[in-house]
Design a protein around this ligand. Structure first.
Ligand SMILES: [Zn+2]
Length: 233
């Protein structure tokens, strides 16, 4: 359940976790909206609230996507994103929520997210803050506007996908997608992909999207349960 839809008197403080979906606004090729990462992170956060005692917040769309220049992106610095997330967590702690999960949907946010737990715990040692990168739990090679992201979007927000405009992007079978997506974070994606896509979205389907969602949800739930166990040891 989204916390934003509740009144002050309906919000139950205490043991519930807060899930903060973190996305980006950046180009995802000619067939997907710039909000793709935010929509996917929000979707998983909302689904998770049905599985574990938690509230989700609306997705934070301000991410670090400078690597997509000159394609469209709205980006803030690593420092600002890290500080923004830390202050939101600290404020949630003051409101009685000590367990926070930052559900990250964009690779470029990795650097900023990793500093948040230590920043928050220095201020409030009772808090438990984790960053989870959903694409590390999909059990597929990640892409950018390719088969995986397009299938996910077909399953989550089909009206926002323009399949007739989908085109193959940069493909290099010898290199793992996960390896070259980190390469892309350091180099202009425009230079390498030409059309902003990493992978090939043309065979993406709703059915595949639902399969990826089901695997990812199981892995997300399992990860959160494991984290809880470790913390109570
Ligand atoms: Zn994306």
């Amino acid at each position: 359940m989204s916390l934003y839809h509740l009144s002050n008197y309906e919000i139950k403080r205490g043991n519930k976790k807060i899930i903060i979906p973190l996305g980006s606004i950046e180009q995802h090729g000619p067939h997907l909206p710039v909000s793709t990462d935010t929509i996917i992170a929000e979707y998983f956060a909302n689904q998770l609230t049905k599985k574990i005692p938690s509230y989700s917040l609306s997705g934070i769309p301000s991410g670090v996507s400078f690597e997509h220049k000159p394609f469209f992106n709205i980006s803030i610095s690593n420092d600002l994103l890290s500080e923004l997330l830390s202050q939101v967590c600290i404020s949630l702690g003051e409101n009685g929520f000590n367990q926070i999960i930052i559900l990250n949907g964009h690779r470029g946010n990795l650097g900023a997210v990793q500093y948040v737990p230590q920043k928050v715990v220095r201020i409030n040692p009772k808090m438990k803050v984790f960053g989870i990168n959903y694409w590390q739990l999909i059990e597929r090679d990640f892409d950018h506007g390719g088969f995986v992201e397009t299938s996910l979007m077909l399953a989550i927000a089909p009206k926002l996908v323009q399949m007739q405009k989908a085109k193959s992007g940069y493909l290099n079978k010898k290199m793992l997608h996960s390896t070259y997506s980190s390469f892309l974070s350091n180099t202009a994606s425009f230079k390498i992909t030409k059309n902003g896509i990493l992978g090939d979205p043309r065979n993406a389907t709703i059915k595949e999207g639902r399969k990826i969602i089901s695997v990812t949800m199981k892995n997300l739930e399992r990860t959160i349960i494991e984290l809880d166990k470790l913390l109570t040891m």
